[in-house]
Ligand binder design. Structure first.
Ligand SMILES: [Zn+2]
Ligand SMILES: [Zn+2]
Length: 398
């Protein structure tokens, strides 16, 4: 069993590298089965073993971040210790803040990880735990990297607008920019619709989900995808990995006879609302980073009385280019994105995409995912260009 556990741990370590979150072979997982198994030998074995024991969990993952995440997290940890406090919605929802561990001891790390799913140990990496399997720890590592990235770039723009960028932030920003992966430009060809049978449709959804992750437009366990086939909505399950969808999709009749799958997440309820409202069949939702960053850019942040509530009930009508930015909470309450997002996407005879403030992007395609993916890609590319333009940086390499 311990061999199986170690193999599973290695698989998630490889997924972190494939996502660009760690360098290949850098992550190490300690998983408990009949005995403690490590995915590879590590100088931090004692720390990891101590944490598994102290926290009483099945798995602890140590992920030394790849660039630019290392520059970003080292900077944020140095500036914000004892905790990094991101403002994006994913973080608000899932872990509130990222504790910065003061010293590389079991004691200090266990104190941080007993109150949060993940924490950052300066000079070492992201530490995360999972009750049973490495999967939860993997999700936490990708959330920490995403939250740090969004906070670092969003705060830099806000500081730049306020004239408060200091030399250290400027230097970290330049270093992070040098290590940014290039924007996605080539959108792969996807299966052409309309799809008329379930197998073809499910294969097309799996292909589109994989492409969305590979283009860096979402981290694999976030985001979702759906297709309306004759009044039955095929939709990815909550928490499904978008790059591994076969077997992780639900079929939900849109006539109201079943709510299966739609109660757990406001995102899934939003898919059903869109599908019922719009003749277009394909819906894609991702968390592209610069679209999220630009959605949080408020030009009068210093004076806006509602700036802490922007993502819930911003009073201004906002756009990134032609793409509307709408507020919307996670959850199905009165301010949930299920109420704010679908009308904005269906307006003007059907827009290609909408940004939900501090959260992510929803796009639609008439009969297949080609246009939906192209729109997601175009919105991210344009938000990235807008970000650097707002800083007065004409090209991306400062
Ligand atoms: Zn989302
Ligand atoms: Zn606002």
């Amino acid at each position: 069993m311990a061999d199986l556990t170690a193999a599973l741990a290695r698989r998630f370590a490889e997924k972190l590298a494939a996502a660009g979150l760690t360098d290949p072979g850098a992550a190490v997982a300690a998983c408990l089965d009949d005995r403690l198994a490590f995915s590879r030998p590590s100088p931090h074995e004692e720390l990891l073993a101590g944490l598994v024991d102290r926290l009483g969990v099945g798995c602890v993952l140590l992920a030394p971040p790849a660039q630019p995440h290392r520059t970003i997290l080292e900077f944020l940890a140095g500036r914000e210790a004892p905790a990094i406090r991101p403002r994006d919605c994913e973080t608000r929802t899932f872990f509130h803040d990222i504790p910065v561990i003061a010293e590389p001891t079991v004691e200090a790390a266990a104190a941080a990880l007993s109150r949060r799913k993940g924490a950052y140990l300066p000079g070492v990496g992201i530490l995360a735990h999972g009750a049973l399997s490495p999967e939860q720890a993997f999700v936490t590592v990708s959330s920490v990297a995403f939250a740090g990235f969004v906070k670092f770039f969003a705060d830099f723009l806000a500081a730049s607008r306020a004239g408060t960028v200091d030399a250290a932030y400027g230097a970290a920003f330049a270093a992070a920019c040098r290590n940014l992966p290039p924007p996605p430009t080539v959108v792969p060809h996807l299966a052409r619709g309309p799809f008329t049978d379930r197998d073809t449709m499910l294969a097309a959804m799996a292909q589109a989900g994989r492409a969305t992750v590979e283009l860096g437009l979402v981290d694999s366990v976030f985001g979702n995808i759906s297709y309306n086939l004759d009044g039955v909505l095929a939709i990815s399950q909550t928490g499904a990995a978008l790059d591994d969808l076969p077997g992780a999709m639900d079929l939900v009749p849109l006539d109201g006879s079943s709510c299966a799958g739609l109660t757990a997440s406001s995102e899934l309820a939003a898919h059903a609302a869109l599908a019922a409202l719009d003749g277009r069949q394909a819906i894609l939702h991702g968390h592209p980073r610069f679209a999220v960053i630009m959605s949080m850019d408020c030009e009068d942040l210093a004076t806006c009385p509602r700036r802490e509530r922007c993502h819930v009930d911003c009073a201004r009508e906002r756009y990134a280019g032609a793409t509307p930015i709408v507020p919307g909470e996670v959850g199905c309450g009165p301010r949930g994105l299920v109420h704010t997002m679908p009308p904005a996407l269906a307006a003007d005879g059907g827009r290609s995409g909408v940004i939900v403030c501090g959260h992510g992007v929803f796009t639609m395609g008439a009969h297949d995912f080609g246009d939906a993916l192209a729109a997601l890609c175009a919105i991210e590319t344009s938000c990235r260009a807008r970000y650097f333009a707002a800083l007065g940086i004409p090209t991306e390499t400062p």
